[in-house]
Write a protein that binds this ligand. Structure first.
Ligand SMILES: CC(C)(COP(=O)(O)OP(=O)(O)OC[C@H]1O[C@@H](n2cnc3c(N)ncnc32)[C@H](O)[C@@H]1OP(=O)(O)O)[C@@H](O)C(=O)NCCC(=O)NCCS
Length: 136
């Protein structure tokens, strides 16, 4: 049975291990301990999924709890994927944010066909500026 926790503290090592087991590691700064530490300590919502003591999924969100939230990481251990865990993590995140807040995200290439299945609408008007790009 999978259980879910809200805002349970994780160590950098636990989180990096899950990122590796889910494959999301290739898109996250797993070798930068300071960045991973900040990702954990500065997120407003961290939902985790557990198989007994084993961490098997996580959803990490930055939000103001009223207007908007950014689902910054959603990941499920590959051995536990396609069992509804990602959907439950997203539902729990939305519940924490409250009924009036919208949730947005940047999909990993492998997950672009996932989000419409759980209710997300594709947008063509989102913009991003990369780390090395100056405002011109
Ligand atoms: C994407 C991810 C979070 C989905 O979690 P999950 O627990 O496997 O997904 P769910 O079980 O909630 O799936 C819900 C539905 O989406 C489908 N689905 C799951 N992963 C999918 C994918 N990558 N592409 C398309 N459909 C997918 C499931 O088959 C299921 O469909 P069904 O209701 O018709 O059976 C998980 O596969 C993962 O961690 N992937 C690697 C990391 C990643 O890409 N994360 C997203 C970062 S933006």
């Amino acid at each position: 049975m999978i259980t879910y926790e809200v805002d349970k503290k994780l160590s950098v090592e636990q989180y990096v291990d899950l990122l590796n087991r889910s494959t999301l590691a290739k898109y996250r700064p797993i070798h930068d301990k300071k960045a991973i530490g900040a990702m954990l300590s500065q997120a407003q919502i961290l939902i985790t999924a557990w198989d007994a003591q084993k961490l098997v999924g996580a959803a990490r969100t930055l939000t103001d709890f009223l207007y908007i939230g950014y689902l910054a990481d959603l990941c499920v251990d590959t051995a536990y994927q396609k069992r509804g865990i990602g959907k439950k993590l997203t539902e729990a995140t939305k519940k924490c944010m409250g009924p009036n807040a919208q949730l947005l995200l940047i999909a990993a290439p492998e997950a672009t066909h996932y989000y419409p299945k759980i209710g997300f609408r594709e947008q063509t008007n989102c913009w991003i500026i990369d780390q090395a790009t100056a405002i011109s």
